[in-house]
Design a protein around this ligand. Structure first.
Ligand SMILES: [Zn+2]
Length: 355
């Protein structure tokens, strides 16, 4: 490859790696450098993209429709190439997203259980000679006939916003809950230590019993059958204690982190539900909720997991969760650390007012 051209291509890579240059910018840069398609016309955007993604397999580089011999190790470093691939990937993702239907894959049809697909439909109003594009989501009807009606993208977005509002909490609640959680975390650590010590004492005690048992057997105080039976029982206990210790050490009983994520997500939801023009964010949020969504009669219903159903309860019903009469809200969430978040410490004052 021409030494000069290879230099310009490297420069094009460097420019693109900055992240804010479009394919057109790169094409224009190359025109300025005199790199064009033979007859002087600029290299097309599609070709710029190809150049930037070209891996120079077997040392051959295809450039502007022609093959050149070259070693990409020599004129473009691996790091530069990788960062360009990163920018390309981001671009593609963004493009695909903005062009498609962000809520695809989120819902199922409630009528027949089939998945929900999305479509764009252009309607031509003859009288006013106006074309309007409708995009909507509908049952794929892959399970056979289905009478469920489609929902427009706009309606769906509004409803999804409401879904998020229902599981969201104000930042001030989140702050308070996180403080309680931090206290619980300290207590939990102490509990773990106490439990762990208790378990190792149990193991020691069992070992002592096993020794006594063996002595009794050797002294012929107990018969072989009783010895065997008792020994098995003690071994089984010891095994259980050891297992429990292992679980504690691996932190398997740790519910703090999931709870913290839960609170942070709920706080984030508050902002996302209120923001404007953030359909991708809305879609990502509902995807990450890990909930199940169903489409029925143009309405979305959500079946929440991970404790979000507790937050979803409408205001009057939330009072039913109260553990004590002078508190208005309890967030003890089944499925996140059963019984670990004690109600009397995890409730908001009755006179609490959201911001
Ligand atoms: Zn259906």
């Amino acid at each position: 490859m021409d030494f000069k051209v290879s230099g310009f291509v490297r420069k094009a890579f460097e420019l693109f790696a900055e992240g804010d240059k479009s394919f057109t910018d790169i094409s224009e840069f190359l025109v300025k450098m005199g790199v064009t398609k033979g007859n002087g016309t600029p290299i097309k955007i599609k070709q710029v993209r190809q150049i930037l993604a070209n891996k120079f397999y077997i040392g051959i580089m295809k450039f502007a429709g022609e093959y050149y011999e070259g070693s990409h190790e020599q004129f473009i470093g691996k790091d530069l190439f990788q960062s360009v691939q990163g920018v390309l990937k981001k671009r593609d993702k963004h493009h695909a997203k903005s062009d498609s239907f962000p809520f695809l894959g989120v819902m199922k049809c409630s009528g027949c259980g089939a998945s929900v697909t999305a479509e764009k439909h252009i309607k031509h109003y003859k009288r006013t000679n106006r074309k309007v594009t409708y995009s909507y989501y509908r049952c794929t009807r892959k399970q056979g006939r289905c009478v469920e009606l489609p929902i427009t993208s706009t309606d769906l977005e509004v409803q999804m916003r409401n879904v998020i509002s229902d599981v969201a909490i104000p930042a001030s609640w989140g702050k308070q809950w996180l403080e309680w959680l931090a206290k619980d975390e300290i207590e939990e650590k102490q509990n773990t230590e106490i439990k762990s010590e208790g378990l190792s004492r149990n193991v020691e005690a069992t070992d002592r019993k096993l020794n006594i048992l063996l002595d009794s057997y050797l002294d012929q105080v107990i018969d072989p059958d009783t010895y065997k039976l008792k020994k098995n029982e003690l071994f089984e206990n010891k095994f259980k204690f050891r297992e429990e210790m292992g679980r504690l050490q691996r932190g398997e009983s740790n519910w703090i982190e999931p709870m913290r994520n839960f609170i942070n997500t709920a706080v984030k939801g508050e902002k996302i539900a209120r923001a404007e023009n953030n359909i991708d964010e809305i879609a990502n949020f509902v995807k990450n909720l890990g909930s199940n969504f169903f489409l029925h009669s143009r309405q979305i219903s959500a079946v929440h997991n991970n404790g979000f159903d507790m937050l979803r309860a409408p205001a009057p019903a939330r009072n039913l969760l109260t553990c004590e009469p002078d508190h208005s809200l309890c967030v003890d969430s089944p499925g996140i650390g059963p019984g670990s978040l004690r109600c009397e410490r995890s409730i908001l004052p009755f006179n609490y007012e959201p911001e």
